[in-house]
Design a protein around this ligand. Structure first.
Ligand code: PMP
Length: 353
């Protein structure tokens, strides 16, 4: 704390992401990165940017990337907004599309960045409890609110809300922006982008960090009605007219061009998730049904915090949340079959001990 900090800065409670240790030989299953590398075509496209042109500013509107996303999802490029990771897209939409002064509705177990943005912009975050099976209770999302946001599949539960549930929420809230955060949708979900032309209050966010193996490039986007997108553009341009650098734009465009690589990696992760879920269940874990690239699992007889710490000593890192209802769960990112086996071997040693 410095005496030069404003009261505003003193009041901020920043988000703490999962650790990114600089250690080698770790089985890193804690931050939902893709265990497979990006498409070789992405690497080639990024390399091709490494020349004298770096002295020039990037395209302010990232038009090529917007077009690539629009083509991929069958919308107009005026319906696409891009940002420095979906975290930045979220920051702008909390600021500009949610009505401050009214509570923003979200599930009580969801992405822990949402309350951080509410705190940043002075918005009340109203967390609505999940049901006994950790599912979103669609009927609770109504009444006066300044906006609604939830991940789908939810994080860190991994549980998917089918599109008819999303439509129910959209219909019950025609005067609020409803944001569906699809960071993990490519691992088995059905995208609500199919609904954007029917609901002017729907905004869908996605990221290239997970299914396209590009967490390091920081590219996320939103798709919705062109009016919502224009609002986001106004805000972005008031902070930084160049949200994405030349490397990120080129790499992201190339990622959308290599559909075969994308499908291969997603299918491998989905297969591994099913195998991992079954293997954890065999070892006594209760595993929530996941449509994401991670599983949330609880061992009825073992303390989750101690398990996470013991796994770490064996160089396997998973995520443990000290949060009501899930403090006895571990969130485990799906790795390669070898990484998952290393986790299971470490668990076997611990559970026998
Ligand atoms: N939404 C959810 C639900 C997430 O888990 C994450 C990743 N932690 C993000 C958004 C942000 O992803 P990124 O900024 O890497 O696009």
């Amino acid at each position: 704390m410095s005496r030069f900090w404003s009261p505003f800065v003193k009041g901020l409670v920043p988000y703490v992401p999962g650790e990114q240790p600089k250690l080698d030989n770790l089985v890193k299953l804690n931050t939902n990165e893709n265990p497979y590398g990006p498409s070789p075509k992405v690497i080639e496209a990024v390399r091709a940017q490494l020349d004298d042109s770096l002295r020039l500013y990037p395209a302010p509107n990232a038009d090529d990337l917007k077009q690539a996303i629009a083509d991929y999802h069958g919308v107009a490029s005026s319906q696409v907004f891009v940002g420095n990771g979906s975290d930045e897209v979220l920051a702008h939409l909390f600021n500009g599309l949610f009505q401050h002064g009214k509570p923003v509705l979200m599930p009580d177990i969801s992405y822990s960045f949402y309350p951080v943005y509410c705190n940043l912009y002075g918005i009340e975050a109203r967390a609505l409890p999940l049901d006994e099976n950790f599912r979103i209770r669609v009927e609770d999302y109504q009444g006066e609110n300044g906006g609604i946001i939830f991940p789908n599949p939810n994080a860190p539960t991994g549980i998917l809300l089918p599109l008819d549930g999303i439509e129910q929420i959209l219909k019950a809230n025609p005067d609020s922006v409803v944001v569906v955060d699809e960071a993990y949708v490519d691992f088995g979900g059905e995208s609500a982008i199919a609904l954007v032309d029917s609901y002017p209050n729907l905004l869908v966010t996605q990221t290239l960090s997970k299914s396209r193996s590009l967490a390091g490039l920081r590219v996320g986007f939103a798709v919705g009605h062109a009016d919502l997108i224009e609002g986001l553009e106004r805000i972005k341009n008031s902070f930084n007219s160049y949200p994405l650098d030349r490397l990120a734009i080129a790499g992201a465009v190339a990622a959308f061009e290599d559909q075969a690589w994308f499908e291969k990696c997603c299918n491998a992760v989905i297969d591994s998730r099913e195998q991992l879920s079954a293997a954890l269940a065999e070892r006594g874990f209760e595993v929530l049904p996941s449509a994401a690239n991670f599983v949330l699992a609880r061992h009825p007889e073992r303390d989750a915090g101690e398990l996470a710490a013991s796994l770490r000593e064996r160089r396997v890192i998973v995520r443990h949340f000290r949060q009501p209802r899930i403090e006895q769960h571990l969130r485990i990112t799906v790795g390669t079959p070898q990484q998952n086996q290393a986790l299971l071997d470490a668990l076997d040693a611990l559970l026998q001990g």
